[in-house]
Design a protein around this ligand. Structure first.
Ligand code: NAD
Length: 236
């Protein structure tokens, strides 16, 4: 591990929320909660069957807001680390859940959108939402139905906050990827961008992925994340 890190970027994926009860995206069989990705996570799927897509994200939102779902030790330790680390810190999540915020993370960007937001297709304005919504829901800006979609980045769409993310990657000295399979572009290439400035790249995951990180730590996020970041704090 590199001592005295001054700038750290952390990327999280569905694996960090698995122990909180939210299923990961099954890249191997192309299913997300038993639905083919093409049906529920592409603009074409939304065009083909908007009702199915609204229902899918309504269910994900209601699951996220249900009692048993709460941040685990990995989310909590990342928030503690952010507040105690004296250098620069950016948390980039691919997750659409809000478990990092609930654990206390602040310097956080959701590159793939958020379940608790919806967007107007006319104005591109984004609104908070905890209830179900669909094609019949009146938009808060247009005052008419049919214009709202989940504020989720689907396959083929441009992720959010890419300028901020690339700037942080290009100037960090440690890059840590947690609970991500490395199957979704462009997040899968972040470690290579970080390496341009010779950052140390570390993967914390249940399984070792094929990509070329400098270090791989294998295990459950709730165990390996607190341990790894505690060591990093002690080295500061
Ligand atoms: P992924 O599902 O493709 O990969 C998850 C990775 O986490 C796998 O490599 C798996 O081995 C690992 N993992 C599983 N359990 C773990 C644990 N307990 N501790 C550590 N690692 C564990 O996830 P991805 O790379 O984030 O890509 C999925 C896409 O689907 C993302 O774009 C995301 O937006 C979306 N998604 C989000 C959520 C969520 O918000 N929680 C859930 C499912 C899918």
């Amino acid at each position: 591990m590199s001592a005295r890190a001054e700038s750290i970027v952390v990327l999280t994926g569905a694996g960090i929320s698995a122990e909180s009860g939210i299923k990961t995206f099954r890249a191997a069989d192309g299913l997300w909660e038993n639905h083919p990705i093409d049906d529920v996570a592409t603009p074409e799927g939304f065009e083909r069957n908007p009702q199915l897509v609204y229902e899918f994200y309504n269910q994900r939102r209601q699951q996220l807001l249900s009692d048993p779902i709460k941040p685990n030790a990995a989310h909590s330790y990342l928030a503690k680390f952010e507040h105690e680390f004296p250098g620069k810190f950016l948390l980039v999540t691919q997750n659409v859940d809000n478990l990092h915020e609930r654990a206390g993370s602040e310097n956080l960007v959701h590159m793939h959108g958020e379940l608790l937001k919806m967007r107007c297709l006319n104005s591109q304005l984004v609104f908070d939402i905890i209830e179900n919504f669909n094609f019949d829901t009146n938009c808060r800006c247009c005052r008419s139905p049919g214009n709202l979609r989940p504020h989720i980045v689907w396959f083929g769409e441009m992720p959010f906050h890419m300028n901020k993310i690339n700037q942080a990657l290009e100037s960090c000295d440690v890059f840590v990827a947690i609970g991500t399979s490395g199957n979704v572009y462009p997040a899968s290439g972040f470690y290579q961008t970080a390496k341009i400035r010779r950052a140390r790249t570390v993967e914390l995951n249940l399984e070792r992925t094929s990509s070329g990180f400098d270090e791989h730590i294998v295990g459950n996020a709730s165990e390996i994340v607190p341990k790894y970041f505690e060591n990093l704090l002690q080295a500061c």
